[in-house]
Design a protein around this ligand. Structure first.
Ligand SMILES: Cc1cc2nc3c(=O)[nH]c(=O)nc-3n(C[C@H](O)[C@H](O)[C@H](O)COP(=O)(O)OP(=O)(O)OC[C@H]3O[C@@H](n4cnc5c(N)ncnc54)[C@H](O)[C@@H]3O)c2cc1C
Length: 279
């Protein structure tokens, strides 16, 4: 078992060695990151702590975002709902504002992992980590989200670049995500029975300028399925997706599901979402 000693602001374990910081502002976090080459941000630790335990990361410093009020809360932003990066999934799921403005988003958050994960895992940590099987990418893309960081705003369509790869620069801090209120939206997910991560998840959202279909789990990162969007913009009915086959070539193929199965599930989940909206 690891032995440890503590002194203010410093945590030393024989297994790990890093300085721990808990700044009260984004500027304070920014300063710590700028001063220290190997510093990492810590949100709920749901991914980062297992990563440390597996020795897959060796930060010199952990900058805990938990005391920064500017990263918390859920606000009405008119045509959008703005959710702070440190909002945990349980908060998103239970928020009266999210439940009334974008019920599909509240339901998505309420089906992430288990109660422990939902009470520690955060929106900012989830989208910064960009696990291909995470749920939020489907919503970020379908709900025309804008990711606000300490440096700029990034449109959803420019955000996901590849496996665990986003448009975020090293040490860029996600502050909040603005999700556009749709006319209507639904999310259908085929969960991994052990972790509840999405083998495939699809959100279908109708906006004033048309339908958007966000897919997660199927590929290396979230993507929009344009062929589905075009078909649904012409006729909003699940049946119009019947003959639209997804090409499995670019999809994930692993112990959880083959690429062919993921391609099939993408159609099934999209049809379920459309049907739940009456189409
Ligand atoms: C058992 C289990 C089951 C899960 N099931 C699901 C599921 O069904 N669906 C799903 O979507 N997810 C699932 N997750 C993931 C979980 O929901 C968390 O969102 C995810 O692990 C990120 O955790 P976190 O928010 O605590 O971030 P952390 O682990 O603290 O950080 C993750 C990464 O993001 C970086 N980071 C954190 N915050 C920011 C920020 N504001 N700006 C920039 N970078 C930041 C950190 O430096 C780190 O690299 C599961 C996790 C576990 C452990």
């Amino acid at each position: 078992m690891a032995r440890h000693s503590r002194s203010p602001g410093r945590l030393r374990l024989t297994m790990y060695e890093f300085d721990y910081h808990r700044p009260a502002s984004i500027a304070g976090a920014r300063e710590l990151l700028d001063e220290r080459d190997d510093a990492m941000l810590l949100a709920g630790g749901m991914t980062l702590l297992p990563t440390l335990k597996l020795r897959l990361a060796h930060p010199s410093d952990l900058v805990d975002l938990g005391s920064i009020d500017a990263l918390k809360g859920i606000a009405d932003a008119g045509s959008a709902v703005e959710i702070g990066a440190m909002a945990c999934h349980a908060e998103v799921a239970s928020s009266e504002l999210v439940r009334s403005a974008i019920p599909a988003l509240a339901r998505l958050a309420g089906r992430i992992g288990d109660p422990q994960v939902r009470n520690r895992g955060t929106l900012g940590g989830s989208i910064a980590n960009s696990d291909p099987a995470s749920d939020y990418p489907a919503a970020v893309l379908a709900l025309k989200a804008v990711i606000k960081t300490d440096r700029r705003e990034i449109a959803a369509d420019d955000y996901y670049l590849g496996m665990f790869e986003t448009a975020l620069e090293p040490k860029e801090i996600v502050q909040s995500v603005r999700f556009t209120r749709p006319r209507r939206a639904a999310y259908a997910k085929f969960p991994n029975p052990a972790s509840r991560y999405a083998v495939v998840g699809v959100m279908v959202a109708e906006h004033a300028d048309g339908i958007r279909v966000g897919v997660t789990g199927a590929g290396p990162c979230g993507f929009r399925e344009k062929a589905f969007e075009d078909a649904l913009n012409a006729t909003f009915a699940a049946a119009v997706l019947d003959d639209l086959l997804i090409e499995p070539g670019n999809l994930l193929d692993d112990l959880h599901a083959t690429s062919e199965y993921r391609a099939h599930l993408t159609g099934v989940m999209a049809r379920r979402a459309v049907k739940s909206l009456g189409g």
